[in-house]
Ligand binder design. Sequence first.
Ligand code: NAD
Ligand code: WQD
Length: 338
Amino acid sequence: MNVLVTGGSGYIGSHTCLELLNQGHTVVAVDNLCNSSRLALDRVEQLTGKTIPFYQQDVRDEEKLSQVFAQHPIDCVIHFAGLKAVGESVSKPLAYYSNNLDSTLVLCKVMNAHGVKRLVFSSSATVYSGDNAMPLQENSKIGNCSNPYGWTKYMCEQILRDIAKADPEWSVIQLRYFNPVGAHESGLIGEDPKDIPNNLMPYISQTAIGRREQLSIFGGDYPTHDGTGVRDYIHVVDLARGHVSALDYLMNHTGEEIFNLGTGHGYSVLDMVNAFQQANHVIVPHCITDRRPGDLPTCYADPEKSREMLGWTATHDLDAMCRDTWRWQSQNPNGYEA
Ligand code: NAD
Ligand code: WQD
C-alpha cells in the first residue's frame, strides 16, 4: 500500500516508516519539523535502502497538502502530526487546540476531496478518565482530561468517530498508545526531545549520559508496590508494528475501531530506574520529590482486543526497552543534531 505518514520524521513516525518499508509498503511523509529532524528519515532510508518522498510543510496548509495527494496515489494515511507536551499544553492551550484539531480537520477534508477514506489516528491512553479500574479496556470511560493536550486527543477521536458514522466508506482506527519508549535496535533512530524531557525514559537516559544531574522521581507515596507511579511502557518498535497490523485491518473493514497499544504490564518508576541501570551497567542518580500534579498512581492497558482483532502483541521486554534506549542515547549523546 502507498501510505501517507503525517509527522513522519517524529519519534513514533520514523519508526513506523521503517516498519512499513520493511513490510513492503511505500511511504510518503509530511512533517513541518517543528519537533523533529530531517535526519531521522535519512536514517530510515539508510536502514531500508528505500526512498521516502518527503514534504516539509504544515498539515494545516490545505493547498500544499492537496498537492501531495495529487502527486501520489495514496491508499491510506497514518496521522501522527501533533504537539504532545502535556505541560506546554497547559500554558499554550490555543497552540495545542489549533495545531492538533486543525491538522486533523484539514487532513480529513483533503482526504475526502481525493477519495482517500482510510485513516489511522495517534490517540493516547490520556483520553481515559482517571477514575477507571485497571487494566484499561477500549470501552473504559473517557473524558475528564487533566490538560488541553488530552482534550485535543479526545476531541479528535470524536471528530473521526462522527466522520466514520456519516460516511460508510470511511474506515478509521484510533490507536491509544500507552507509554512509548526505546529505539530501533540499530541505534540510528530514537527519541530526541528538543528541551528538558518531560517523559521518564529520555530523562533517565540523559541523566545516565550526564546531560542531567539527577532524576527527580515524582512521588514515593503512591499506593503501588514501591510507592512510585506505575505505567505500561511499550517498545516503540512494537508500537510501530501495531500500525502495520492496523493498516491490514483498515483495508478490510469500514467504520471506526479503537485499539489499545500497550503490553498489559505495569512497571514503577523505580522498576524502570533499576532495570535501566542493570541492563546498561550505568548509574542513574535519582531522588524522590513531590508528586507531579495530574499524575495517576497506576495506568496500564488491557491489550486483548488488539491481540484478538489485529493479531498484534508486544514482543520486546523491559530489558530490550532499556538496552535500545541506551544504544540510541550513547551513539547520539545530543540527539540528531550532534
Ligand atoms: P513527535 O513530536 O516526535 O512527532 C510528531 C511530529 O509531528 C513531529 O515530527 C512534528 O514536527 C510534527 N508536527 C507537529 N505538528 C505538525 C503540523 N501541524 N504539520 C506537520 N507536522 C507537524 O511525537 P511522537 O512521540 O512521535 O508522537 C506522535 C503522535 O503520537 C502524536 O500525535 C502524539 O500526540 C501521539 N502520542 C504520543 C505518545 C508519546 O508518549 N510519545 C503517547 C500517545 C500518543
Ligand atoms: C511516567 C511516570 C511520572 C518524569 C505522558 C502523557 C501521556 C502520554 C505518555 C502522549 C510517571 C514519572 C516522569 C520524571 C518521574 N503522551 N516521572 N520523573 O505521564 O504516564 O504519560 O506520556 O499522549 O499523555 O501524560 O508519562 O513519562 O511523563 O511519566 O518520576 O522526570 O514517570 O510521575 O509516574 P505519563 P511520563
